[in-house]
Each structure stands twice: as C-alpha cells, then as structure tokens.
Write a protein that binds this ligand. Structure first.
Ligand SMILES: Cc1ncc(COP(=O)(O)O)c(C=O)c1O
Length: 387
C-alpha cells in the first residue's frame, strides 16, 4: 500500500481511497466511527472468503502468527508489551472489562467526571446500584480550567476510599485533550489506579501508554484507525491482569493472561485480521502528518466561524489540547433542528451531543477524507443558519 502516494504525501489521493468521500452527504461524524479505505475493505473481503472456505477455527489457527504480529506492532506504538494487550470489539467492551471486573467492596469510591462518555458512567452506576460502591463526579469546565486546575479537581475528589479514576483522554463532546500523565502521577502518589478511555486517541493523536503511566486503557480501532467495525483494544498493566475478572468468565488457568478477555465466544476473526491492513494504511501518511493535517482541518473551519455573531465554540482549538474534533452551538437554535437542516438543505452530516439535557452541541469531526471544499460548505451553512 505504501506505493499509493509515490513517495509524496497527497491528501487528495488519500481522500480518493475512501468511498465515503464521494457520498452526496458530507460525513462530519468520524467521532462516532471511521470507515475503511478501499485497500482495507479489499483485504477484509479476502479474509472473509478465506475464513468461509475452511473448516471453522482452522483459519484462526493459520492466522495466529499474523494476529500476534499485529499486536506486537500496536504494542510498540504504545510503548507496552503485547502480553498486556487484548483485542476486544470496541472501547465500550474494553472499559467494561475493567469497570465491571475490578474487585470493589461496598463504599469503595470510583471517580469520573462530567466530561466522560455516558456509557462507562452507566457501568459505574450499575455497581452503585448492585454493590453499594460510591460514584464521585468531578465537575470540569474545559473552556476555563487550566491543566493544573484539572489535576487539582481530581486530587480534591480523592479520599482514603478511592480505588479508581475513570479518565477520558480526548472528550467526546469538545474533543478536549486532558493532561493524562499528570493525573496518573497524582493518582498513583495517592494510591489510586487510573483507567483511560482512549476511544478517540489511537491513530488520531500521538501518545504512548508508557508515557501516560496508566493502569488500564481501552480504545476503538474502528474510529480513527479506520479498521474494520467491531475492533478495539484493551491494555491492562501486567501486574494487574490477575485481579481483573473478565466480563465473559474464562478458564482459571488463563487468569494471568490477557487472553482471558478475548474468550467471548465465536466472533469474526477476519475483522481482527483486518487491523493489520489498517495499520499499513496509517503508515502511508504516518501519525505525525495525519495529526497535523486533522488539526489544520479543524482550525480552518473554526477560525472562520469563531467570531460570528450567535455562534459559540465549545472547544479549545490549540494544538496541545485538541485535534480533529470541535463543537459549536448556534445561540437560540436547537441542535436537533440544525442537525436536520444541515442534512437536508446543505447535505452535511454532523452529530448532536447533549449535555445533561441542557445544551445541544453540534460536533464536527472531519477525517483525512475531508476536503477544504467540504469545510467551506460547512462554514457557509453555519454562517447562513446563525444570521
Ligand atoms: C469518549 C468515548 N468513549 C467511548 C466511546 C464508545 O466507543 P465504541 O462505541 O467504539 O465502544 C465513545 C464513542 O463515541 C466515546 O466518544
């Protein structure tokens, strides 16, 4: 696949690799899920054909080395060992293995925040209801708080009963990047473990788990890596593997092994093998150039609308605190109405994200298949609608 750009990085050529880029409706919701480029789709189809031309599980045995090599590549990108990684189906499944599987007793406390994704919070809520643990929700104002204030807010929430902090690396509404390593250092100094929700991080912004120093980490590979849908990753620090009960119970002999998180019954192994081609596709641009390009796309449209009357940006757009994702609001208009109008009138697909039922943000998440013409259409739509 590396010959695609003939040695030179041409974003138009990259864009043509994504069938979604020729859809009449411009896709601005990569935050919910990515889509595969042609090369990855083709390889996935071949893998499915192979899988269906063999007795069950024989393909899996044949693919074991390739699967292990793919894990090794990801482990080296994230600065961990492949023995600390499990392939799961998405961030949700990865997070739930830890949130539901960490042994906690009545009155133990788990910290989360108002900027976390709702579903991991629902998992904590379920343990509150069933086991009597306590949820402590930190309130952050991402447009106002400095990194130091954010660390301090988490620190102030810790008590001698705190066992875990759930932390989101890049928030789903604002696309805000939190100071993960600083929070991990502070948490560990207070004897508290950290689980990082990295749904939007992998293949989007450069980072390593080793630099974070977190205990647990989960990401989706179908989002920013554009790998097959239903692929994700769970990291558990080696010393913590034995104590986590897997969501789907496993043979006790596997208790010290990440494989215990992978025994979920029969699934599409072809999709897992499709992660390798997606990693190869990422190599065409490299993550550094991809991150710069995504940030530039976001800067382009936000700079053009940020001073418009009635438009309020809800994202910090600096390079150290954000990348592709940003949200806005048009004062006096409901997010649902704008969403429909943008889709019907301007052929733009955005995502409306609620905030405790109060404010409807509109989230824009472009991708490497987004063109500047697409962004101009978005800017025009915001200008007309907010006038
Ligand atoms: C911050 C965050 N965490 C978790 C998820 C869940 O991701 P998935 O549906 O891939 O499990 C999302 C989905 O958008 C998210 O934004």
């Amino acid at each position: 696949m590396n010959e695609l750009n003939g040695g030179k990085l041409d974003w138009n050529e990259i864009r043509e690799q994504f069938p979604i880029s020729s859809n009449e409706i411009v896709q601005f919701n990569s935050g919910s899920s990515g889509t595969m480029p042609i090369a990855v789709q083709k390889e996935l189809m071949e893998l499915i054909k192979t899988m269906n031309a063999m007795p069950p599980y024989e393909a899996l045995d044949m693919w074991e080395n390739e699967r292990s090599r793919t894990k090794e590549r990801i482990a080296s990108m994230l600065g961990v060992t492949k023995e600390e990684l499990a392939f799961v189906r998405n961030t949700t499944e990865g997070l739930n293995n830890v949130l539901m599987g960490l042994p906690l007793k009545k009155d133990d406390e788990v910290i989360c925040s108002n900027v976390d994704y709702p579903y991991p919070i629902y998992s904590i809520n379920q343990r509150v209801e069933r086991e009597g643990i306590q949820k402590v929700e930190v309130q952050l104002d991402l447009m106002q708080n400095s990194n130091e204030e954010i660390v301090e807010a988490y620190k102030n929430a810790i008590t001698d009963k705190t066992k875990l902090i759930l932390l989101t690396h890049m928030t789903h509404r604002e696309g805000h990047i939190l100071p993960i390593s600083k929070i991990c250092d502070m948490a560990h100094a207070n004897g508290v473990e950290v689980l990082v929700d990295a749904a939007h991080s992998f293949a989007h912004v450069e980072h390593t788990i080793s630099e974070f120093g977190c205990d647990y980490y989960a990401t989706s590979l179908h989002k920013w890596l554009n790998a097959p849908h239903g692929t994700g990753l769970l990291y558990v620090a080696k010393s913590k593997i034995p104590k986590i009960f897997p969501l789907s119970p496993s043979d006790k002999k596997q208790n010290d092994n990440m494989v215990k998180f992978e025994y979920i019954g029969t699934r599409s192994f072809a999709h897992e093998l499709g992660i390798g081609p997606a990693l190869e596709f990422l190599e065409i641009t490299g993550l550094t150039a991809k991150q710069e390009h995504l940030h530039a796309l976001k800067k382009y449209w936000t700079d053009k609308v940020k001073n418009l009357k009635n438009v309020q940006l809800h994202s910090n757009t600096s390079q150290d605190k954000s990348c592709a994702i940003a949200s806005f609001q048009i004062i006096g208009k409901s997010a649902g109405a704008i969403l429909n109008q943008f889709e019907k009138e301007f052929k733009l697909h955005l995502k409306a994200t609620g905030y405790k039922g109060e404010v409807g943000f509109l989230r824009v998440s472009p991708n490497i298949f987004t063109s500047y013409n697409n962004l101009d259409r978005l800017v025009d739509a915001i200008r007309i609608t907010s006038n």
